[in-house]
Ligand binder design. Sequence first.
Ligand code: ADP
Length: 415
Amino acid sequence: MEPQGNPAQHREAGRLAEAFRIFNQASEELAGAYTSLQEQVAGLTAELAMANGRLKREYEEKAALTERLSLLLDTLPAGVAVLDAMGRVEQANPAAAAILGANVEGRVWDEFADSCLEATSTPGEAEMPRRGRRRVAVTETRLVSSGGRIVLIHDITEAHRMKTQAARSERLAAMGEMAAGLAHQLRTPLAAALLYAGALENPALPQKERARCGSKVMERLRHLERLIRDMLTFARGEATGGETIPVSALVAELVQVFEPLARVRGASFTVSDESRNAAASGNRKALAGALTNLLENALDACGASAGGHIELRAEAREGMARFLVRDNGRGMDAATQARLFEPFFTTRAEGTGLGLAIARGVARAHGGGIEVESVPGGGATFTLALPVCAAAVSLPPGPFPTSSGEERCDRVAIL
Ligand code: ADP
């Protein structure tokens, strides 16, 4: 049955019913939105939990790494100092304090090094005058990210002492061998000198013969003198001095000494210097002597026939200065090469066989060495290598012409 009542009430009831319907629809939509929001919140919470877990793991891994690194730093026998971009020590391990005898944290490293470390003739090694002259090796590495540096300090006092002792023992052992060889070497010229001197005792000896015997005695005695001088040089072992020796200056000195010798013997001599501004540290006279010996041997290997050619080349790379002495002489076989550096090994009648033994001793005393490459009849190349010292200096151009201002000078002299 249709409700009875006035039409106004009827319309009001209809609007109310419509309002309820709209309200119901809106609340259903809201409920839907709320559910979806809840789902999103749940998703985000799960993601956050995962991210938190990852972060926690990363944090724990980093903490473990830091712990491992600090443990490593604390137990390392080498000293480690970490410098900031201004060169101030941010962190130093206990070994650094023990080796340096001071806590360097907070100090400017270069100032500390200047006041407590004294450079030695070996690059990268220093002595500590206030710590009983203990010897340390110091290496620095740049930290690209922070602009700072890591300084690694090793106490090499013992290693250095043992190295010096080993070098001395090696020299003593070589001297023992040498003493035996020396007796033999001295006997022959001495016997010859005695023989000629004995002949001089004869009053009836004609004047011309007397002069010939006299000069033979002198010749043999000079040979003996050379032998003794070379042996003393070898025995001394040429202790290195602390001179800074620009490679180019050494090359210039060698050219000055060797050019006239090559000219007299009719050999051509080429010099090329690509050492730039490199410098070595040590005993200039000893090094010049060793290199002159290589050049003289090269000249001797070329013999008296024309066409002899000797090349001297200096170069510097990878922290080493190299002097190459190349000749186109007789060369040598493997057996000769194996004995080259033995004291008294010589194939020359007038040789003492000490030149290369001394040259190698000098090169080794400077932290370097000598190598040889040769084939019989194909010439020889001797390479004397030396470490370049840190204090390389800027040089005026050498005494021979430089090509268009480049730091290189070549010279070809047909002498
Ligand atoms: P010495 O010059 O008194 O003989 P060294 O020790 O200088 O003594 O040389 C030893 C030997 O090495 C020489 O006698 C020679 O046989 C050989 N030798 C050295 N340099 C060369 C060279 N450039 N070419 C060929 N042989 C060489």
